[in-house]
Design a protein. Sequence first.
Length: 224
Amino acid sequence: MTKRAAVLLPSQLRHLLRVTEATSRHPERDVLILWLGFSCGMRVTETARLTVADVLHPSGRLRSEISLRAEITKGCRQRLAYLTNPKLIAAMDRYIEWRNAKRFGCSLDGRQYRGLMPATKLILTWKGGPYELNTKRARNAAGEVVEYLAADSLQTYIKGLYRAAGLFDASSHSGRRTFASRLMAAGESLETVQALLGHAELDHVMPYLEVNPATMREMFAEVL
């Protein structure tokens, strides 16, 4: 049985962010990646496939909600993600400034999309290119073999951020599990969590929520 990624407490998330700031070669990008998981419940591959136009209006204003297109989600189901967490917004602004300073995917016309080319991927490698996507195969609920894309290199990289912070039970999926568990601890319905995670069936939500009550209470004893 595959071990599930750990759900992080607020104190652990703050520690992770502090260590990332102190040790990462690219904290502007890495902190944003972490916040997209913890505050939006985004999968790693969804993060890797976001474009600049997905998160910014042509005017350069940040979208308060973004449509995760069916073509980039694991289950091929469109859903909304909400860019409303103030710390996520601050991380996004900081990262865009960093990209402009690096001249990664920048346009000649700086009046639109804050100077970034809208079709470029939002999250880029240290060389300024998109993260590689690998084709995987799996069996769906009907027993059919289906293909999907996975950003394995980004997933491994994020796991390394957790390791650097001493969080050895955590993985790239911890952000998504923590997001779902905090929603439930806040009193949101299973149906709401299902919609925000983009799962077709309620049964698919339950593995995200297997956190003991004491941990759930502690999660909301502190503010992120």
